[in-house]
Each structure stands twice: as structure tokens, then as C-alpha cells.
Design a binder for this molecule. Structure first.
Ligand code: 13P
Length: 284
């Protein structure tokens, strides 16, 4: 089927009291593996592009990425969403919308709340004209290497979340409740009580970032308490890297160009084994 609206997938997740998993991808091998396993398990899924992987590293072309995901989605029956991850650049967000992204994140989490509200609202007003969904961030999820997940000052405040969602009209909001991006120095502990309070304060679907390394038992609880979208990047990239490394090492002495072509299949199989386990958390 055609790409599904992320807002619709979030509604399905909310009704099922679970979370869709959104995976950061940089290329066909990753996106193909995600869509194939989603179809196999009959679960909705979201594929995300992190802007820096495009403009910083040239790993992906925005239009090419959108077309690839559209094409993959057209071959399966499960809903597949396409989302632009963290951007605070209005022009870049507009570019992604023009090139076919059906959902974008405006990340104003570094700004004072009033400014975050003003700009998130502006993005919503523009995106609405293109039937594009908007995720925002309130509080600051931050980085695991800086132990930001322990900094209570960065956590989302329930009463502010209520006002933020009412004022901006965003489709979903990423909350800071004890997760952080990257590799955790210590096992994180989600603030489930705060999550429940935020969830009571607003009808807007909540998003959990920094998904790599959070223990499954905590995720299972969070998914029943308002988290409807769960972002995973680092551990998926790490597995990709480790798999390429392992493949190269196993064939170190051969130096045969055909190994390059064979590598995709090898990588996809490993990624799919991981995805089969990970997506079990998503209880559609
Ligand atoms: P990790 O890279 O920590 O899994 O976080 C991904 C994420 O939140 C993308 O927005």
C-alpha cells in the first residue's frame, strides 16, 4: 500500500495500547529489512531519516530515500510511515516535505518553551497544508554520553506538556522521562510516574527517543502508559557496522569483488533477525 500517515499509525498504536517502533535507516539494506520484517510480523512500522545522515555524511538523498521507502511500502500490506527525525531547520523541513516525507520532527527542545511553542506551531500550520504530520520535543532527551538522562531539569513537565500540545496542535510529542540518545553509561531508568502524569495531562500521542539499550521490561510498561512511538537508532547502526566488520573479517584473504554484492544479503539477514526480536515489543 501507499505510505500511511504517521498520525493514523499512532492512533492504531493508541487503540492497541502499544507503540509502533520507528527505526533510523540510511539505505536500502536497512529500510528493506525493516519493511520485510514488519510485513512478516504484520505490524505497522515507521522508517526515519536523521537529517545529518543526509547533509552531513551524504549517506542518503532526501528524495531518493523517500522514493525508496515509498516503493518498499507499496509492496506490502502493513502500514509503513516515513518520518524526518530531529530537525530545527525550517528550510530543511520544507525540503523534506516537498520531497515526499509525510511526517517531520521539529526539534525546538533547546529553545525556551515559549519559543519552542511558537516555532512548533508555525511548522504545524505549514505542514497541515501538505497533509504532513509534525512531532515536536518538549523537555530535552539529550545524550547518553553526557548522562543527560539523569538530569531532572531536562525532564518534561506534565503541566507544560498540556499547554504545549494545546497551543501547537502537534501530532505527537517526544518526552524526556529518563532516556537519552546513544550508548548509555549505565542502565537507564524511565520515570514511569512522570510518563503517566504527562499522559493524563494530554491526549497527544507521546514519543520515546533514545531507544537503544532501554531494558525490555521498562519498555513494555512505557508502551501501555502512553508511549505510542519508540525511536531506535544506535543499536541498529551498531549491528549493521558489526555485521559488515564480521563479513569483511571472515573474507579478509579473498579480495574478490563479488563479495561486495553478496554482502547485502548477509547484512539483511542479520538485521532481520534483530528486527524480529525487537518488533515483538510492538504488540499490534
Ligand atoms: P538511539 O540512537 O539512542 O537509539 O535513539 C534514536 C532516536 O531517538 C532517534 O530520534
Amino acid at each position: 500500500m501507499a505510505l500511511e500517515r504517521v498520525s493514523k499509525i499512532l492512533k492504531m498504536a493508541d487503540e492497541a495500547k502499544t507503540s509502533v517502533i520507528a527505526f533510523n535507516c540510511i539505505n536500502y539494506d536497512m529500510a528493506y529489512s525493516v519493511v520485510t520484517v514488519a510485513e512478516e510480523l504484520q505490524k505497522p512500522v515507521i522508517i526515519m531519516l536523521y537529517p545529518e545522515h543526509n547533509y552531513g555524511f551524504n549517506n542518503a538523498d532526501v528524495r531518493g530515500f523517500a522514493e525508496t521507502v515509498k516503493s518498499l511500502a507499496s509492496r506490502v500490506k502493513v502500514p509503513v510511515g516515513l518520518h524526518l527525525d530531529h530537525s530545527s531547520d525550517f528550510d530543511y523541513i520544507m525540503k523534506a516535505i516537498r520531497e515526499g516525507f509525510t511526517s517531520v520532527m521539529f526539534d525546538g527542545s533547546m529553545l525556551p518553551v515559549e519559543e519552542n511553542i511558537r516555532l512548533s506551531k508555525k511548522v504545524v500550520e505549514v505542514a497541515r497544508n501538505f497533509d504532513v504530520d509534525v512531532e515536536a520535543e518538549l523537555g530535552r532527551v539529550g545524550f547518553a554520553k553526557d548522562s543527560d538522562e539523569d538530569n531532572l531539569d531536562l525532564y518534561t513537565k506534565p503541566e507544560v506538556a498540556a499547554e504545549f500540545c494545546r497551543e501547537t496542535g502537534v501530532t505527537s510529542v517526544a518526552v524526556a522521562i529518563g532516556s537519552a540518545h546513544g550508548v548509555y553509561l549505565e542502565t537507564p531508568k524511565l520515570d514511569i510516574e512522570r510518563l503517566e502524569e504527562i499522559n493524563r495531562a494530554t491526549e497527544t500521542p507521546l514519543v520515546l527517543h533514545g531507544g537503544s539499550g532501554i531494558p525490555n521490561d521498562q519498555l513494555e510498561v512505557a508502551f501501555t502508559k502512553g508511549i505510542n512511538k519508540f525511536n531506535v537508532g544506535t543499536e541498529f547502526f551498531q549491528l549493521y557496522y558489526d555485521t559488515v566488520f564480521e563479513y569483511m573479517k571472515a573474507h579478509e584473504s579473498e579480495r574478490n569483488v563479488n563479495l561486495l554484492f553478496d554482502m547485502s544479503k548477509y547484512v539483511q539477514d542479520k538485521l532481520m533477525a534483530y528486527l524480529r526480536e525487537k518488533m515483538k515489543l510492538s504488540k499490534f
